[in-house]
Every structure is written in C-alpha cells, then in structure tokens.
Design a protein around this ligand. Structure first.
Ligand SMILES: [Zn+2]
Length: 216
C-alpha cells in the first residue's frame, strides 16, 4: 500500500498522462483521502521537489509539466508536456502504447522527434540527436523546473550541441546520446514509472471485475 504522498503523486501523474487538469476534489475522491490530506500531500511533495506548486496550482509533477513547454509527448492522440528533454523520455515507459516525443533543436530550432515504445527508442528524426544534461552543481539553487530544466534540451547532432555550448560556456554538463538519455530517464524516474503502470493495472482489474458484476 502506497503512503499518502505517493498515492497523491501517482494520481497526479496518471492525470498528467491523459492531459487531465488537476483539481483537489477529484484527486481526493480518487485517492480516497480527505481534501485536507491531499492539501498536505501537495505541500510535502512540493517540499521534496516531486512537484512544483505556484499560487496553489500544480505547475509541474516531474516528469510532466502542466503548462505547455517545447517538449511534447503524444500518446494515442493525446498531447502532454514534459519539463525538459530527459523528462520527455521518461513518459513513454509509463504506457504500453507507442509514443512520440516532439521537441526542437536548442541551436537551430528544427523539429526533433523520437518514436518510442516503452523505454525503447524506435526511430528518431534527425537520426542521431543528442541531449545536454547539466551537472548537479551547474545551475542556481531552486526548483529544477526553473533552474535546470531550461538547459536540458535536444540538439540535432553533436555539431549543433557544440555550437550552442560555445555560447553557454558557463554551463557545465555532459552530452548524452539518445539511447543513453532514454536509459537515464528510465532509471531516474523508475519509481514513478512503476507506480503509474501498477496503478493502471489496478484500474483495469477493477473495471474487469465490475464488468463481471463482481466486487473487488
Ligand atoms: Zn539543430
């Protein structure tokens, strides 16, 4: 059984995955918690950096953004947003369906698209994009969504990443090949990915049970 904060976080991630807005009351109903518990969980999740609240609204629940960003993930026709390039690569492993990550080169702005199935990269356009990932101590202190995420982006290739780095010499970090970035994203968000997938299984089991007219 997940604890209060994990239940609320997983419910938020599942809403984000389907591009549904976050409202307190449905969240309380879904998690079988009181609105007060949900409110406390949101505060606690913000404190540990699992979500980012602004004026009481959930703006980000890593890897998702609830405000549009450059990094889109399209699953079964539904568009969701991620906080950065690595976050975007952590969304496809949450589902069984094919997913398309859609972003743009941080140097020249041409579209970068990555077709994925689970954690596996199926195809990319351009063929071998790279991802800049800043070091831990690269950026000003503060919420990742404001400090680190803006720098974590796709580039067409090593050449375009190098040109961008020439003009951002203050940023320390590494360039990741696409497959390595996808693997890193899967590891970094492993717990969230598994929680979302397991919650999905529970939901389909419950609806199958309801179809048979049986209870839980
Ligand atoms: Zn480019």
């Amino acid at each position: 059984m997940m604890n209060r904060d994990d239940r609320v976080r997983t419910a938020i991630l599942r809403h984000a995955l389907r591009a549904r807005p976050i409202n307190r009351e449905p969240l309380a109903a879904e998690t079988r918690l009181t609105p007060k518990d949900v409110e406390e969980a949101l505060g606690a999740l913000h404190e540990v950096g699992a979500i980012y609240l602004r004026d009481g609204a959930v703006v980000a629940a890593y890897p998702f953004s609830f405000v549009p960003t450059l990094h889109r993930v399209i699953i079964a026709g539904v568009t969701t947003y991620a906080n950065c390039a690595v976050d975007a690569l952590a969304v496809p492993p949450m589902v069984d369906e094919s997913a398309q990550v859609s972003s743009a080169c941080g140097h020249c702005g041409v579209p970068v698209t990555v077709a994925m199935r689970g954690g596996r990269v199926v195809e990319a356009q351009p063929a071998a994009p790279v991802i800049f990932h800043p070091d831990r101590d690269c950026c000003a202190p503060g919420p990742a969504v404001l400090t680190r995420c803006p720098h974590i982006q796709f580039f067409c290739d090593h050449d375009h990443a190098a040109r961008w780095r020439d003009t951002h010499r203050e940023l320390r970090g590494a360039l990741l090949e696409l497959a390595d970035a996808a693997a890193f994203a899967g590891r970094h968000f492993d717990a969230a990915i598994r929680a979302v997938r397991e919650a999905g299984d529970d939901h389909s089991r419950r609806s199958r049970a309801a179809d048979r007219g049986g209870g839980l």
